[in-house]
Design a protein around this ligand. Sequence first.
Ligand code: PLP
Length: 453
Amino acid sequence: MDQTKFILNEKDMPTAWYNILPDLPEPLPAVLHPGTGKPIGPDDMAPLFPMDIIMQEFSPQQYIDIPEEVQNVYRLWRPTMLYRARRLEKALDTPARIFYKYEGTSPAGSHKPNTAVAQAYYNKKAGIKRLATETGAGQWGSSLAFACALFGIELKVYMVKVSYQQKPYRRIMMETWGAKCVPSPSQDTNAGRGILAKDPDSSGSLGIAISEAIEDAVTSKDTKYSIGSVANHVLLHQTVIGQESMKQMEMAGFYPDIIVGCVGGGSNFGGMFLPFVKDKIKGKRKDLRIICVEPASCPSLTKGAYCYDFGDTAGMTPLFKMHTLGHTFMPPPVHAGGLRYHGMAPIICHLYQMGLVEARAVPQVATFEAGITFARTEGFVSAPETNHAIRVAIDEALKCRETGQAKTILIAHSGHGHFDMAAYDQYLSGQLTDYEYPEEKVKEALAGLPKVG
Ligand SMILES: *Cc1c(COP(=O)(O)O)cnc(C)c1O
C-alpha cells in the first residue's frame, strides 16, 4: 500500500512547546530600548502583553507546558495531517520523497491560530477584557478573531485600508467571529487622525496599523496588544507543527534531508524547523538543510542588513537585531501579503548568521506556477505565501532528478489559498508580473536605520 497520510491521534498531540533559547550555541542578541540603547526587560513590555507571555519571550526553560484549555481548543483541528506528495513526485519524475505538513485545516485556514489561541488564553487568564491588533490582508486578524470568540474577549482589528477595501471576505470572517474591524488609518486613534489630516486618501500600511493598535492597547482600559509573528513567544507556540511532524516522519520511516518553508516574519517555518534544528545543533543531523524562502521583491534575509531596527514602520517598538530592509521600506504589492515585512524573527536571523539555516529568494510568477502544479497533482490550492515554499521544494526535487539522489524533502505548508482566487485569476489569465528587487528604495530605507551604541 502506498501510504498517503500520516495520522496522529489526539492523545499524541504535543503537551509542551519547544523553546530553542536554551539550546542556542550562542545567546540571542538582546532587545534594546530605542531611547536608552539598553536591553529591555519584562517590565518594559508589561503595557503591551500579559506577564505569562512576557516570561515566555525570555524563558530559559527548554519545554513549556501547553495549558489544558489551549490543548482543548487545538483539538478542534490538531494534530494536523502530514502527507506524502506521491502524485507530485510522479509528475516531476523525481526519485525524491516529498512530504508536506498541512496547516490549512484550522478554522482560519492557516497556522496562525496556533499562537492566537495561546495568546487569547493568557490574556483571559490575566483578566484582560479586550485586545487590539493590526492585520494586512486579514489572515492574522481572522485567526485572532476566532481565538477571542472562543475565550470571550473583545477584539479590535486595525486593517490596512487598501486590503479592507479590496479584500472584504476576511473582514467579514472577523465580524462573523465578533471582532470589530476598522480601516487603518482610522479616526479612532491619534496616530490615525494625524495621518488622515496630512493625507485623507492614505491607503494605509502595516506600520501605521501597528502604531494604531499599540496606541489603542496602551491607552484603553483592560486592553492589551497581540502580535502574529516575529516574536520569540509566537515561534514558540508554533512548535506544535515541528513536533508533530517529527513523529509523523518517524511513522513514515524517513528523516528529512531538506526542510523548506516560506518566511514573512518567520513564525510558521520557525515552528516547523526549530525542533529539527536542535538535532543539527547537537550534531545528530549535521547534513540537514533548512531553507527559508522569501519573495525576491522583499528579501530581508538574502539582501537585508543584519543590525538593530524597529519592528514597525512608525518606530514605536523596541529595537530588534535582525535582517532588515529598513523599517520605512514599503515592499512592492506582491500577492503573498504575509511575506511583505521589512524584518525577520530575531531567532531565525541568529540561526542564519550561524550558518544553521539557509535562505533563498524567489520571484512571484514562478511561485504561482509551482502552486498550480501542486494544485493539479496534490489537489490543495495553497496560499500565495505557501507557494514560495512549494517552488523551492519542486526545484530541489528536480535537482534530484538530475543527480538521481532520493532525498527526503519536507514542506511546511502554511495554509490554503481560498481567499486568493483573484491572484490565481491574474496568473491564469497571464496578467501576473514579477517585481524587480527595489534596490534604490532599500538603500534609502537602510540609510534611515536607528543608530545604536
Ligand atoms: C501570515 C502567513 C505567512 C507568513 O507569516 P510567518 O510568520 O512567516 O509564518 C505564511 N503563510 C500563510 C498562509 C500566512 O497566513
